[in-house]
Design a protein around this ligand. Structure first.
Ligand SMILES: [Zn+2]
Length: 416
């Protein structure tokens, strides 16, 4: 496949008329001079479009798209206890299938090519994701209330470990829902199979305060005392951190999945990203589930992250567009050990964005990153994962049928 006459970003500047050659699942050449003959014959005309490497959603619960708008404007614990958990108790694998497909549609439309999920029915999530063509890191959520699940994690890893799109992982929910035994067992399995660990960490003030009262430590200190923290950990939220927590996170090379919109909507707090960044922590961006966001859109997430951090510190010069862009791309590639980027040899996970939109005008040679972070409201025309075109010209085959089924599935779930 040849993507012809695209614009790309190089050191924050727009470089026009670049051809990108893809063979099988990888980019094999990227050069203005690449001839049509360097591909398998399929040509995508990308004139007037910007090619970006795929965005990574570092924390979500994808099937929660079915809960979008179901319960808003509530505090975290009553929201979970009164609304979300009772509905989750009724979930079937069919709900998951359509919720996941709905989520994939939304992410494909937003140029997201890979997501990191922790939820229920992960085999079904994997199948639905593969049908949609996205890449995903998937972990069945582990709670002590469901002690049977941990035994399913190794067979799940073995089933999916060799897959080209699905990467199995371990997902102990949080320190307040998992015992020391569950956390240690998760860590042991993750190390044995060399997979990632996905956990919620220090999301609310009350979680951290009650943990300190009961255990005399912060959740971060506690996990560190178990030897749980390492570069294979993706820790979602990380809002209520002490200076000591921040240095532990940086020292252990824990990857932070910052979920700005969810944190704001649930009024959980503003994460100390500046201190995490100063300490050298790797920060990525996640949307969290569509029940607390309510979108799965990293363009929104980038803008919110930047403006909230600037405001929190009264420093408009902090969290510049380029830094935030890196969180949704390069930082996440490093966290998930993904060989991604617009270069020869990298996996062909990318999106083409139509630059002929009001929010990209006026376009100069060097304001493209600013537009992507602060003004983009969509315009993703084409999304490609592993060399497979998932959307072209804004059309995703089968989208209407998925929307109809997801609608039906939600109605069935709430009346069940
Ligand atoms: Zn979450």
């Amino acid at each position: 496949m040849l993507i012809k006459d695209a614009s790309i970003m190089q050191d924050g500047k727009l470089l026009r008329d670049v051809n990108i050659a893809i063979e099988e699942n990888r980019i094999v050449g990227i050069d203005p001079g690449l001839a049509d003959g360097s591909s398998d014959g399929e040509v995508i005309d990308a004139s007037g479009m910007l090619a970006i490497p795929g965005l990574i959603n570092a924390h979500t619960h994808l099937a929660m798209t079915l809960f979008r708008g179901y319960a808003d404007d509530m505090e975290l614990m009553p929201w979970l206890e009164e609304k979300i958990w009772p509905l989750e108790a009724k979930l079937t694998s069919e709900d998951i299938h359509w919720g996941v497909k709905l989520g994939c549609l939304e992410m494909i439309r937003a140029g997201i090519t890979c997501y990191n999920d922790m939820y229920y029915f992960m085999d079904e999530t994997a199948r639905a994701t593969k049908e949609m063509g996205l890449r995903a890191f998937l972990s069945e959520v582990l709670f002590d209330m469901r002690p049977d699940i941990i035994a399913t994690t190794e067979p799940f890893i073995k089933r999916w470990k060799e897959d080209d799109l699905i990467v199995p992982a371990l997902g102990p929910h949080a320190v307040y829902t998992c015992s020391e035994e569950t956390l240690l067992k998760s860590k042991e399995i993750a190390e044995k199979h060399d997979v990632m660990l996905h956990i919620h960490l220090s999301e609310t003030r009350s979680e951290v305060e009650s943990f300190a009262k009961n255990c005399g430590q912060s959740p971060v200190e506690y996990l560190d005392s178990l030897g749980f923290l390492s570069g294979r950990v993706i820790a979602a939220h990380c809002i209520w951190l002490s200076p000591k927590d921040i240095s532990i996170i940086a020292e252990r090379k824990v990857n932070v999945a910052h979920c700005s919109i969810s944190n704001h909507k649930l009024a959980s707090g503003i994460a100390p990203l500046d201190q995490l960044q100063m300490a050298g922590a790797n920060i990525c961006l996640g949307t969290d589930g569509a029940s607390s966001n309510n979108s799965l859109n990293l363009f929104q997430e980038m803008k919110t992250t930047a403006i909230a951090q600037k405001c929190a510190h009264s420093r408009p010069d902090l969290f510049r567009a380029g830094e935030v862009w890196k969180m949704a791309t390069e930082n996440a590639y490093a966290a998930f050990r993904l060989d991604l980027g617009l270069r020869a040899g990298a996996l062909a996970d990318l999106a083409l964005i139509d630059l002929k939109k009001p929010w990209f005008c006026p376009l100069t040679g060097d304001n493209i990153v600013s537009h992507l972070v602060y003004s983009a409201q969509g315009g993703v025309d084409t999304t490609i994962v592993g060399g497979r075109v998932l959307m072209r010209g804004g059309v995703i085959p089968g989208e209407e049928a998925i929307l109809d089924r997801a609608q039906q599935q939600f109605q069935d779930l709430v009346t069940r």
